[in-house]
Design a protein around this ligand. Sequence first.
Ligand code: SF4
Length: 234
Amino acid sequence: METERRHAAHALGKLFAQVTTSHLEPLFSQEGIKAALIQIMALAQDMVKNIDDAQTCAGVECGPGCSYCCYTQVKLTPAEALFAFSWIAREFSDQDQILLWKRVDSNRRLTEGRSLSARVKIKESTPCIFLKDNKCSIYPVRPFICRSWSSYSRRACKDAFLTGNHTSEIETSTSSNFVFSLARQSIQKVCLNHGLEFLPLELPKAMDCCHTTAVPFNRWLQGGHVFEKIVPHP
Ligand code: SF4
């Protein structure tokens, strides 16, 4: 079983790397990164769906209106953050952008420097900055980690949320975690190879870094420090 898993990881990693390379060579550009992310996210999504459809076990119960997992900490890579940031600049109204940056600020003030258990206690005041009317407001460009979350029991998610037990056992689709983490790694590897920041960081901080940097996508592509800088936060 372990050998099969290793072989599958190798084959999938190779496929994702081919897709990434096809969009980024010969020119490593904003458009190339966005196109690679769009294709890899769609490919991974299709794979997970096909695997889940082929399995006979109970189905995933995630769906619109259920957002218990959107109260946990989300980490994303710089490439995903810049992809989402570009999308927001195009799709959000000016007013929605103002409200978003207020939520980012409030979330960071409440969460930074706190332990996971301390954060769990204030989770109801710190939903994801993109959760709006119980739905994801950046759904088409949500990070890999959000795509990888799944649950076979909405009730189990609700119980974990209400009790605050962040170590609760929630039965999830292993294929989903497996495929999306390989997809994310393929983007990280190519960024690392080009000398770009690639380490995942917390979503509100990542968005703040994008917002407080002039032309962040260009700067990052030129090897600048967009995400490693210390953002002053009194
Ligand atoms: S980005 Fe969207 S899916 Fe991910 S935690 Fe935030 S609201 Fe939920």
